[in-house]
Design a protein around this ligand. Sequence first.
Ligand code: AMP
Length: 449
Amino acid sequence: MGEKSLSRGVGLLFESAPQMKLLVIGSGGREHALVWKLAQSPHVTRMWCAPGNAGIAAERLQRDGVQVECVPIGAEDLEKLLEFARKEKPDLVVVGPDNPLALGIVDVFQLSGFRIWGPTQKAAQFESSKVFSQQFMERHGIPTARGGTFADALAAKNFASSLSGRCVVKADGLALGKGVLICDSVAEAHRAVDEILVGKLFGTAGTRVVIQEFLEGIEISLHALCDGRTAKLFPTSQDHKRAHDGDQGPNTGGMGTYSPAPFLTNGQLAQVGHSILDPWLKGCSAEGIDFRGILYPGVMLTKDGPRVLEFNARFGDPEAQVYLTRLENDLVELLNASVDGTLSKQELRWSAHASICVVMASGGYPGSYPKGKVISGLREVSQMPNTKVFHAGTAPSGEDVVTSGGRVLGVTSWGADLASARAAAYRAVEQVRFEGAQYRRDIAGKALA
Ligand code: AMP
């Protein structure tokens, strides 16, 4: 096809695609990846992000080059978000983070007649209550760790003792990813129970706890896009939760990820997916839970088979960054199908390449850290092929981009194989500078060992 007729073809495609205005909620790397991917859709004529970040504010719609607009409304300020939606009338609202989902943003927007993508408050309980999830898994035969749920400290301690203290004590509610204490002895487990249930270390999130046996194995992230009846499984990915190389240091929101993870063949992945998603879908149907959004089980591949450690009810961050750089479908069409209950008609298509995301964080993260450090090198990296820097904790400051959060950037590269993707990502990381920057040097190390 000549260049002219090709561009006419693309023009026709853009003209015939139904037009949509989108409002994306959130401000992290996951939301930047969502905005970046959604902006590629010919359906999108306007996009807002509340509150967004410096990287999101620089994105443009591929259709016509119109800039994405950041709106200074917090992701948890449901009242103001609704007021904004009433004014601008988005055709679809896309929710990134867990907190607004747990607050019931989907129910609130639906009641006001908006189309919104994400699970309702009831469905989001899979993430907002570990007690709910553990009991649901037990009721419906979903493979998980042997565990128990407790509000009473004495009963919790007795159960921990029965596991010889080799256990994991988890606060029931959302605790910024910090509510999980891994214990190696009875004394440690009893202390963990006291800290959460009695000392209220995590406030009301720790009114109840889940205690699970400690499982050994390889941990992977699974994701499935759901529409209430159908769950479409994604390829594997693997996160790196600890702050430092060699899985040392404190737990973080995630310091890097890659996809695919080479620990399962496609056949094994399908099997693992069935063993979790089939009983999960059946259970949802039996209990009247209409889950539309992303179900993200954290899974341990043990010598006795896969075990679900927990469920999340949204895209992982930074898993979204690697998945969305591999996804070939139009994301707007997939999210529409998820909202409308027509996912069975969609086929997810993934590029054969590998993707990796290396998170650059502020010095001191996950503890306290400074803000406002000027970031350099972003322009140079934007010229690199097969690389995209997703912003997380960044803000514009005059002509500069400065740090404004713990996780600052997700430097993401893709390539024919994991080794070349990884080399590209670290080349890009070397170009980006801000005072105190910390990152892991061993992302995807386990896969390449
Ligand atoms: P969660 O928020 O439940 O995924 O737990 C956070 C992290 O704690 C997980 O990513 C695992 O590395 C670890 N973890 C959670 N549950 C267990 C378990 N039963 N056995 C071993 N490690 C666990």
